[in-house]
Design a protein around this ligand. Structure first.
Ligand SMILES: NC(=O)c1ccc[n+]([C@@H]2O[C@H](COP(=O)([O-])OP(=O)(O)OC[C@H]3O[C@@H](n4cnc5c(N)ncnc54)[C@H](O)[C@@H]3O)[C@@H](O)[C@H]2O)c1
Length: 372
């Protein structure tokens, strides 16, 4: 079998004490060396570049690199890049495609969030681009195939806001169980309505988590700490945290849970994963939460299940169609069932704020900026 080659010259290596120095190291501070041969001696056939001549891994001066940050990326991330000497241009919003193409021609690095679409058409114009930083979780706004084929590295931040989502869901479980969203709305309109009928503690209830990834597993720990029993369904066999238990099918989860919460990715298989048939399989008076993606729950079926009393309450943070900016857009033009949904009792609807905390945005800014 051919022997491995080292990055040191044969002269350097022969002078080393092999028992002390020829080992692998995973420490970023230690220089990399090859594994020793089975005989324990030097096995190198040709002289290789001595370390003194090794190339530095930074072939450019930071001040020559132009960075364009769009969509108001977090200030901490901006500061990290500016302190390193990059030329940083910062814009608060995303850009329409023609303006984006103009700007991207010149830059080496672009930082975006979810609204900027880096399609192949846009990226073709980006002659100098070497890095795309997605200051968010997803990368579906970037043509990853094109980026990979053209050597453009893409960074994101896959779990910086997982905890924020999990905490929102915990809040929603209690809010639904106690109906305090409705009580608060009534008080805002001047109505005192003190009720205990069908208001519950969450202690001792079963939480069913669909998708036991970054968010689902965080939620599992928090829910158990509050006295809930946790079961989960996932397409992958996973180690359960605490005393949580994986169930073999979605049907099992639906039949056993008092609260059901979705934390799966947007995929063809997860589209309308919770529809009429699944509502029928749930316990009477159970609760549904969706803070994953808007395509996962069939909203007309949810409206039907809530009107019939099958579902006692629901919390939605994501929708099939979401507006591009803030304003009074949550209407029937955006989603045909908008008015019917808004009229439901014990329904918490939030504008995709699961990951919107100062901590999450800061963590995303630091992680992505540091990765460059
Ligand atoms: N509301 C928000 O602001 C917000 C913020 C962050 C993430 N999200 C969304 O939350 C969801 C979960 O995020 P995450 O970081 O935990 O993802 P993750 O990738 O860490 O976990 C997803 C889990 O779902 C499982 N899964 C995939 N397909 C499945 C299926 N058909 N049935 C059952 N399980 C399936 C995967 O095996 C994985 O364990 C994603 O859709 C993400 O986009 C929303």
């Amino acid at each position: 079998m051919a022997s491995a080659r080292d990055i040191k010259s044969s002269k350097d290596v022969s002078s080393l004490n092999t028992s002390q120095n020829l080992g692998f190291s995973t420490s970023p501070n230690a220089s990399f060396q090859s594994a020793p041969s089975s005989q324990g001696g030097s096995v190198f056939a040709t002289p290789i570049v001595p370390l003194a001549n090794a190339k530095h891994l930074k072939p450019f001066a930071t001040e020559d690199i132009k960075v364009l940050l769009l969509e108001n990326v977090n200030q901490t991330g901006r500061e990290i890049l500016s302190k390193q000497g990059y030329q940083v241009e910062f814009l608060k919003s995303s850009l329409p495609e023609d303006q984006l193409i103009e700007k991207i021609r010149d830059v080496h690095v672009i930082g975006i969030r979810s609204k900027t679409k880096l399609t192949a058409r846009v990226l073709k114009e980006a002659r100098n681009l070497i890095v795309i930083g997605c200051f968010c979780i997803g990368t579906n706004q970037v043509d990853l195939q094109y980026a990979a084929e053209h050597g453009i590295a893409v960074f994101n931040s896959p779990f910086s806001n997982s905890r924020s989502v999990a905490e929102l869901v915990i809040g929603e479980i209690i809010a639904l169980a106690r109906q305090f969203g409705d009580r608060s709305n009534e008080m805002h309109s001047g109505t005192w309505n003190k009720v205990s009928n069908k208001c519950w503690e969450i202690r001792g209830k079963t939480l069913g988590i669909i998708g036991y990834g970054h968010i689902g597993s965080q939620l599992s720990v928090l829910a158990e700490a509050m006295g809930m029993s946790v079961i989960f369904y996932d397409v992958v066999n996973l180690m359960a945290l605490g005393t949580a238990r994986q169930v073999p099918t979605l049907k099992d989860l639906l039949a056993e849970s008092d609260f059901i919460t979705c934390h799966v990715p947007e995929l063809p298989e997860t589209k309308n994963m919770i529809g009429q048939a699944q509502f029928d399989q749930m316990k009477d008076g159970s609760y549904l939460i969706n803070a994953s993606r808007g395509s996962v729950v069939d909203i007309p079926a949810l409206i039907h299940a809530m009107r019939s009393g099958k579902v006692a309450g629901a919390a939605l943070d994501v929708y099939p169609n979401e507006p591009a900016g803030n304003g009074d857009y949550f209407n029937n033009t955006l989603n045909t069932w908008g008015t019917d949904l808004r009229a439901l009792k014990n329904l918490i609807i939030t504008p995709h704020i699961g990951g919107s905390t100062e901590e999450a945005q800061r963590a995303i800014g630091v992680e992505v900026a540091d990765a460059w």
